[in-house]
Design a protein around this ligand. Structure first.
Ligand code: HEC
Length: 109
């Protein structure tokens, strides 16, 4: 009985230490993501409900290539800090795709 309690405590500690940490570095960049097929959809799915031309909290619009280009530096910071979207940090693979797109010069591809 005592052993199983210790085992559960161990599992909980392992779980906590493996949980997503806000300061994790971005995953390495392995490809050139397409703005049209990938990047745009990340912003549409996670950000556009609050950041479009009629509803734009903090004056930030993220709805098409030019508005995303304008706000991407600030946006990637907010995403990596876990402050945007307000519902919680988005998946690492999506953050990595945005970072790769930035590293590739933010093409409209
Ligand atoms: C549910 C609504 C909502 C969603 C979804 C949302 N935001 Fe925001 N966003 C806000 C609000 C409200 C503010 C202004 C208050 C604040 O800064 O917390 C804001 C502010 C910002 C700012 C400016 C922050 C500052 O301090 O000047 C940026 C950049 C931003 N959001 C980017 C994003 C990105 C990128 C996404 C998607 C990954 C996103 N937001 C999704 C509501 C939202």
């Amino acid at each position: 009985m005592k052993d199983s309690v210790i085992f559960y405590i161990f599992l909980i500690l392992v779980h906590i230490s493996c949980s997503k940490n806000k300061t994790d570095p971005p995953l390495p960049c392995q490809e050139n993501p397409s703005f049209d097929l990938e990047i745009k959809n990340i912003f549409i799915d996670n950000c556009m409900s609050c950041h479009n031309s009629s509803t734009n909290f903090a004056g930030v619009v993220l709805e098409d290539y030019s508005s995303i280009l304008l706000n991407v530096d600030h946006s990637i910071e907010e995403i990596q800090n876990g402050t945007m979207p307000p519902s919680g940090i988005i998946d690492d693979t999506l953050i990595s795709a945005i970072n790769c797109w930035i590293q590739n010069g933010m093409p409209n591809n």
